[in-house]
Design a binder for this molecule. Structure first.
Ligand code: G6P
Length: 352
């Protein structure tokens, strides 16, 4: 089916805009089904002893967020496996494999599944894909078609679906209390509004920043804790669309190498985490070398302002993703590159 981009300048812009509505639809179908692991039961799955998440690219970043929530809220042994490196996962009894793939056609993901036992749960935007057919259960994203090669709305939706799954698993084991689950569900319920507010707040600053940094050959991204997958995702988005070199690391790793990249004016994007802790140290280390720190986070001290909940949830600063998507897109437009179809990349990679 052909998709109309309406009045949007490109599909990527349209799909960035669709994120609050996509998150709303998904949450409406998921909230209220997490208590006691109900969601797993609805999917026909038993309570897993451990979880293996398998994905590539952007979907891998959503898997990292999911793994963190499983660890923090459920103490469930979890590992994220890059689909093209499946040897890193040793089969263990009681493992649920969760394959995260927007297209459901990524060959490396499908090949990885051939190596492991069932059951497989697919988190995908393509309910009729090869992955969905292969899986024992499907958690659909319901985002509608995503045309832009760089994933945007499917990323936020994968995070929402993964977090819901993680909370359901954690609640099922009794490790996550009913009261804490209710609180986290409330914070999730407010996400669509926060995404919309972030888009409104960050749009202008993202355009200004793109103008300022368009001539820079590379950008360093740092965060810590739950912010790290979003730093990686922001870097990947910028790299895919603008062809700039990027480096994304947990702030504590700066001193082990990446700090050597920094000189006067080097852009260093900091995805804010709460509490700042070692991130504050990282920012100081970078600015001491003359780096231009670009903070993405709550408006008080941010270059790219977001709308975040007052306390950082276990899934971290998801709102930052939208600000970083806007920034990457704006820079691409400034550079005159094709936003929806970056060079050398494909929407779904059906070769191993
Ligand atoms: C391609 C796309 C990426 C995507 C990755 C995984 O490389 O360009 O945007 O993250 O494939 O795709 P999947 O469909 O498995 O999520």
């Amino acid at each position: 089916a052909s998709v109309d981009r309406g009045s949007a300048p490109d599909f990527t812009a349209k799909e960035i805009d669709e994120q609050p509505a996509a998150a709303r639809r998904l949450l409406d179908g998921l909230l209220g089904r997490l208590q006691g692991g109900q969601l797993l039961e609805d999917l026909g799955l038993g309570a897993p002893a451990r979880i293996r998440l398998v994905a590539c690219g952007t979907s891998g970043h959503a898997a990292e967020v999911t793994a963190r929530v499983l660890a923090v809220e459920g103490a469930i042994p979890t590992r994220v496996v890059t689909a093209s490196e499946p040897d890193l996962a040793v089969p263990e009894p009681g493992t649920l494999t969760v394959a995260v793939s927007q297209s459901g056609e990524t060959a490396d993901v499908l090949a990885a599944l051939d190596r492991w036992g069932d059951p497989v749960l697919a988190i995908t935007n393509a309910p009729r894909s090869s992955l969905a057919r292969r899986a024992d259960a499907v958690l659909g994203l319901g985002c509608g078609p995503e045309v832009g090669v760089a994933a945007t709305k499917t990323f936020t939706a994968q995070v929402v679906a993964g977090v819901a799954l993680a909370l359901a698993v954690a609640s099922g084991t009794g490790r996550l209390s009913a009261a804490r689950l209710a609180h986290l569900e409330e914070v999730l319920d407010g996400l669509p509004m926060r995404l919309a507010t972030t888009a409104a707040r960050a749009a202008g600053p993202a355009a200004d920043l793109a103008e300022e940094l368009a001539g820079e050959p590379g950008v360093v991204f740092v965060s810590r804790g739950a912010g790290v997958p979003y730093a990686r995702e922001g870097a990947l988005k910028l790299e895919e669309l603008t062809y700039r070199w990027v480096e994304a690391v947990p702030a504590g790793e700066l001193k082990h190498g990446p700090i050597a990249l920094l000189g006067p004016g080097t852009p260093a994007v900091v995805v804010a985490a709460k509490p700042r802790g070692r991130l504050a140290v990282g920012i100081a280390e970078m600015t001491a070398r003359g780096a231009r720190a670009v903070v993405v986070g709550p408006p008080e001290d941010a270059t790219l302002p977001t709308c975040a909940p007052s306390e950082e949830p276990p899934w971290g600063p998801l709102e930052a993703a939208i600000a970083l998507q806007l920034f990457a897109r704006e820079m691409t437009v400034r550079l005159g590159h094709e936003v929806d179809r970056p060079r050398n990349l494909a929407k779904s990679v059906t070769v191993e």
